[in-house]
Each structure stands twice: as C-alpha cells, then as structure tokens.
Design a protein around this ligand. Structure first.
Ligand SMILES: Cc1cc2nc3c(=O)[nH]c(=O)nc-3n(C[C@H](O)[C@H](O)[C@H](O)COP(=O)(O)OP(=O)(O)OC[C@H]3O[C@@H](n4cnc5c(N)ncnc54)[C@H](O)[C@@H]3O)c2cc1C
Length: 272
C-alpha cells in the first residue's frame, strides 16, 4: 500500500505562491525562547504584524467563511497553509481552534460580529481561562464566581496554567454564575476584556518553561460579554475543548515536525 502523501497540482501551485509570500512577509531573527515563556515586546510586535498580514488574506482561519474574515479555502489548501506556517517554527499565530467555533454556535449574531472578525483579521489575542489552582481535570469544581450586578457581572477568582505567549486582549473565562445550582449547571462563559481594572497577570514558573496566572478581583464585565445562556458554560466549554483537543483542527495538521523534534532531542540525549 502507498502511504506517501500526494499533493494535487492546485496544492503545489498554492504552496509555491505561498512560499514566495512568506519569504517576503514572515518575520526573521526573532528572539523566541523554546520553553514557552512570554515573548519580549519586540518579538510580539513583529509577530502581531505578521498575524495582521496573514489575517488580511484570511489565512489565520483559512477554511472559515470570508464574511467573518476567513479565507474561504477548502481543507486541501488549508493543509498546505498549515504545513508552510509550521515550517517557520514560529509560536502559534492563530486563535481559531478555541473559542471561535463555540462563538459561532452559542454567540448572538451581534457577538459573532463583535468578536470573530477582529480575531480572524489578527487584531486581537485571546487566552482560554478554564483551569484553576484547585480545578483542573474536574472543571465542575471551579471557584471563580460571577455575580450579577444590574446588567453587569462582577467576576472574582484565580486562573492558573494559562497559556499565553502574547499579551492578551480577551480572556475567555469560565465562572460559577449561581453557586446554588447543581455542579455543571451553574457555569457561564464570559469574553472578558483583558485590560479591565481588577485583572492581575503573573508569569508562573514551571519545571520546564512557564505559564500564566491570572487574578480577577471584582472585575466588572458588561452583560453582553456573557456567551450564550448564564448556565450553559459547561456545554460551551465542551464545544471548545472538543475543537481544541480532538477536533478537525488537530487532525488536519501533519505532525511530522513534532516527531522530528522529539527524535532530534532523543539523539542529542544519546537515547537513539
Ligand atoms: C503547558 C500547559 C498549558 C496549559 N494551558 C492552559 C490554558 O491555556 N487554559 C486552561 O484553562 N488550562 C490550561 N492548562 C491546564 C490544563 O488544562 C490542566 O493542567 C488539565 O486540565 C489538568 O489539570 P491539573 O494539571 O490540575 O491535573 P489534575 O486535575 O490534578 O489531574 C492530575 C491527574 O489526576 C487525574 N484525575 C484528576 N481527577 C480525576 C478523577 N476525578 N478521576 C480520575 N482521574 C482523575 C488526571 O487524569 C491526571 O492524570 C495548561 C496546562 C499545561 C501543563
């Protein structure tokens, strides 16, 4: 049986044009720590500029509809795009696998237009804030609380092990919206503006690399930042995690780069 990957003529032409484009536009000589630490301001700025250029072509979300800022390409060309971006070995430049799909399912038409096009144009960076110091695998035990105050919500709590190499604009935050309701039926998801007062972000050192720790102290969030129903957070989180951990997005990408880098590491360690 032939296990070789064969590319169509359309894919090959697209790859050639894309390589030319990347030759001109991809940033070079960036200081990118290998351990996942936050990027320095200069690297962030150059990569953000590159994201905006990719976004202007719809290439941050190649197969998304053009009306939302996607590229309108099919999976075959999306595969080529992802392979070529991966070759550059830059930190992940897209937001797509995470809350964006959930926004299309659960968001109001107004919310979709408010959040999705700027993200796909490369103008905003979001972090996913589910995990807490005492709530990892068991997200139903999380403690961050969102309390209604008129038409706003006041959010207080801590989130840990949050991935974020770029400084964020939006924090997609899972919180308890009514502690009197049963677990899983008491959660809501908010798109929190990361620049609001009451938000403190620290870098959390790990044995290898680092992640981020975020404290929210009575952060006032407008009611229209709640995604879907106030008690639909569990279901929305499942929509997001399905996309992130096992969905279409993960299957599409050729993982040859990861396998190669693991082999290289083992060779360096004298293990193979
Ligand atoms: C590099 C990195 C990046 C991350 N980025 C993000 C991010 O961007 N956003 C975010 O929200 N989170 C993020 N996380 C957090 C991640 O989602 C959690 O680490 C994960 O949910 C597991 O939680 P935990 O580490 O607290 O482990 P625990 O929940 O303590 O689990 C430890 C072990 O116990 C097992 N276990 C736990 N509870 C049970 C149970 N009831 N029954 C059986 N087995 C159980 C687990 O399967 C696991 O093997 C990140 C974590 C890492 C390491």
């Amino acid at each position: 049986m032939d296990f070789e990957i064969h590319y169509t003529e359309e894919q090959q032409l697209f790859r050639a044009a894309l390589r030319d484009w990347l030759e001109w536009h991809a940033p070079r000589n960036l200081n990118i720590p290998r351990d996942g630490r936050p990027l320095d301001p200069e690297a962030q700025e150059k990569l953000k500029e590159f994201r905006r250029k990719l976004g202007a072509n719809g290439w941050l979300a190649p197969s998304w509809p053009r009306e939302y800022g996607g590229g309108g390409l099919g999976p075959p060309l999306e595969t080529v795009l992802r392979e070529e971006l991966r070759r550059l070995a830059l930190p992940s430049v897209g937001d797509a696998p995470r809350w964006l799909s959930a926004m299309m399912v659960w968001g109001t038409p107004e919310q979709r237009l408010r959040y999705v096009p700027p993200a796909l144009r490369g103008e905003t960076i979001s972090w996913q804030m589910f995990n807490e110091p005492d709530a990892g695998t068991d997200l139903a035990s999380l403690r961050t609380q969102a309390v209604r105050d008129g038409s706003d919500w006041l959010i207080t709590g801590e989130k840990s092990f949050i991935t974020g190499r770029f400084d964020p604009d939006l924090l997609c935050t899972l919180a308890v919206t009514d502690p009197t309701r049963p677990p899983r039926l008491n959660l809501g998801i908010f798109m929190v503006d990361a620049h609001l007062p009451g938000i403190t972000i620290r870098t959390q050192a790990l044995l290898m690399g680092s992640e981020r720790h975020v404290e929210m102290d009575n952060v006032r969030v407008p009611g229209n930042c709640l995604l879907g129903d106030p008690f639909a957070g569990w279901e929305i989180a499942q929509t997001i995690l399905e996309g992130e951990r096992g969905g279409f997005d993960s299957r599409l990408v050729d993982d040859g780069g990861t396998i190669k880098s693991v082999l290289q590491y083992l060779r360096e360690q004298g293990q193979v």
